[in-house]
Design a protein around this ligand. Sequence first.
Ligand code: UDP
Length: 318
Amino acid sequence: MQVLVTGGAGYIGATTAAALLEAGHEVVVVDDLSRGHREAVPQDARFVEADITDPEVIDPVVAQGSFDACLHFAALIEAGESMQAPERFFRVNTGGSAVLLEALLRHGVGRFVLSSTAAVYGEPDEVPITEDAALEPSNAYGESKLLVERMLAWHHRIHGLKTASLRYFNAAGAVTGRGERHDPETHLIPLVLQVARGQREHIKIFGTDYPTPDGTCVRDYIHVADLADAHVLAVERLDEHGTVTCNLGNGRGFSVREVVEAARRVTGHPIPADEVDRRAGDPAILIASSSRAEELLGWTPRHRDLDRIVADAWAEYG
Ligand code: UDP
């Protein structure tokens, strides 16, 4: 297949672009490099520097190819930022997707895979979270993606667009040359590794009074290589399903303390931790049920061990 990968200079997009090439697909990456890194784009992919939110810019990019599918990663991702500037998230994530979809439909691209998020659920009533759980985002980031999922349902119904919405839990780990680098960094594993690298004095543990076994929040860390595999399977199986919505998670939860302990084992650094107040808006436990992805996509996460996930991130950071 010829696949257009938006946001293919970012952490998950670039990892997936590489996996698509490995599976024998042809890849064109489009990224405006506002948050991504040019050097993360695989060498065998064609690269176009462009902003998907501008119809004048994206239309010719789509017109120039004969794409079988689009995998759409280009988006803003910081939940905290979305609560300061929701308008930016609705413009880039929701509006940008609308613009992109219009160009894809105009040029007959019939398959679309959306990089969605567990943030569409908000605070869950029960864990593990299934795809049938209530959709009540607790931040504008989750809402901006949920609106795209809803758009896709209409495009499927009206235009027959084949769509997959993949709701990621906590992407982590790394493949060679494509680590997680955000600026500013807010994610737990990269921050813990910054301490091990001497760039930060200690890690702050946000809240130790949660109703969890050790009092700290529990998250489902899923290796980015496993996320990439799921995208390849999703795009290859879209003709079979027409439309799918799947969670992508490890199915196992790890607490903040467990992550810090794993990083101590992996790096050999003591990683001082400072216990501070809760961060606003953090649910106590988020763990995915990924049984639908396993059943419909034939996907099984290969790197489920926390030490392995942290070690792969460290290999890119260290
Ligand atoms: N966290 C923490 N210290 C930090 C960053 C994060 O204790 O410096 C916690 C955060 O409260 C959450 C977990 O680590 O419970 C994962 O946070 P992250 O921002 O990586 O992902 P999120 O689950 O918020 O998407």
